[in-house]
Design a protein around this ligand. Structure first.
Ligand code: LMR
Length: 334
């Protein structure tokens, strides 16, 4: 009798946990390093909202902004190990994964406008780049825009020669390393979460980032001068663990794909405005002088940094660089 009731309760418990399991939502942990109040942070929130709605709660997206879960390098390892399912690292951070072609986005002056950028990210070049991730156990779901970069320091930066000898923080990209060396500066790779403190304590003298990142990390509070150089670009690839993605029920994957497409549209629609607002907020803070280059200075920056495109052909591929430049030519840029 006793054995019978024990067996019965074991059976009941397993049926119940089976039912609970059937109802448990699929969890997507989405980790990123920037503030929620940025183009990437907002697009991630939009994706969560759309994905949960479209799947009627069968999927739960947990957002971990501001490096609360992982820093730059760790998050890529965590994705490959399956500890998180989704990330949106900047395109400058794919080199350590062994897909150095993504560093084409870091080349100085490679995108004369956002129009050219979109031709690349939404065209064949973007598709081919995403394909390269598959052998790394990663699927690329979309490119999210952020913006063109400004330079910051505690002294005015008007000409490229003003950066000579300075220690400048960069993301982990060999192209950015070459870019800073072309300016005669000493580049130093640091995780994004460490930049504010490194600037504050003088570990580095300056850095580059789009205004939205500069402002939301309060870098302007420890940098007296910002120069709008627009010398290079920073954007993202949203990526998922391939095993996780391929293992999803097909209908769920479809819904998530739709949610990602809509979130991508949203990201690209708000990015420029977010950066314009951030630059205005930096000016208004009164803590930082924002300098706009004149034509002569802009020409000097271009002359100094453009050779980096040629210098990096060996790393990124001559053809890929030429193909990106062709997209600019197709739109009438020289
Ligand atoms: C940086 O490290 O400066 C950026 O990649 C941060 C980000 O994700 O925008």
């Amino acid at each position: 009798m006793k054995l019978k009731s024990l067996l019965f309760s074991l059976l009941a418990a397993s049926v119940m946990s089976g039912a609970a399991l059937a109802q448990a939502p699929i969890v997507i942990k989405f980790s990123h390093v920037v503030a929620s109040d940025t183009p990437k942070g907002k697009a991630a929130e939009r994706f969560k909202e759309l994905a949960e709605k479209a799947t009627k709660g069968r999927v739960k997206v947990e957002l971990y902004p501001n490096s609360t879960l992982y820093k730059d390098k760790e998050e890529l390892e965590a994705l490959q190990l399956g500890a998180v399912q989704m990330l949106a690292p900047s395109l400058a951070k794919f080199g350590p994964l062994g897909v150095k072609e993504f560093e084409v986005f870091d080349l100085p002056y490679i995108f004369p406008s956002k129009e050219v950028l979109y031709r690349v990210t939404e065209g064949q070049i973007g598709k081919d780049l995403m394909k390269k991730l598959e052998s790394k156990g990663i699927v690329g779901l979309g490119f999210w825009d952020n913006g063109f970069k400004v330079m910051s320091a505690n002294k005015p930066l008007h000409l490229p020669t003003d950066l000579k000898g300075m220690k400048l923080r960069i993301q982990s990209s060999k192209v950015l390393d070459a870019q800073m060396r072309a300016l005669g500066a000493n580049p130093q790779v640091l995780a994004f979460s460490e930049v504010y403190q490194a600037l504050q304590t003088g570990v580095v003298d300056g850095t580059e980032n789009p205004p939205s990142n500069l402002y939301t990390q309060k870098m302007h509070e420890v940098q007296k001068h910002v120069t709008v150089t627009n010398h290079g670009y920073l954007g993202y690839a949203v990526i998922v663990n391939k095993k996780f993605w391929d293992g999803l029920p097909a209908d769920i994957r479809n819904e998530l794909d739709g949610a990602m497409k809509a979130a991508t549209k949203y990201a690209n629609a708000i990015a420029q405005q977010e950066n314009d607002n951030a630059l205005e907020a930096v000016k208004k803070s009164g803590k930082t002088t924002v300098y706009m280059l004149n034509d002569k200075e802009r020409a000097e920056w271009r002359k100094t940094l453009l050779p980096v495109q040629k210098e990096m052909e060996g790393r990124i591929g001559k053809e890929l660089i030429a193909n990106v430049n062709k997209e600019a030519l197709a739109l009438g840029y020289k």
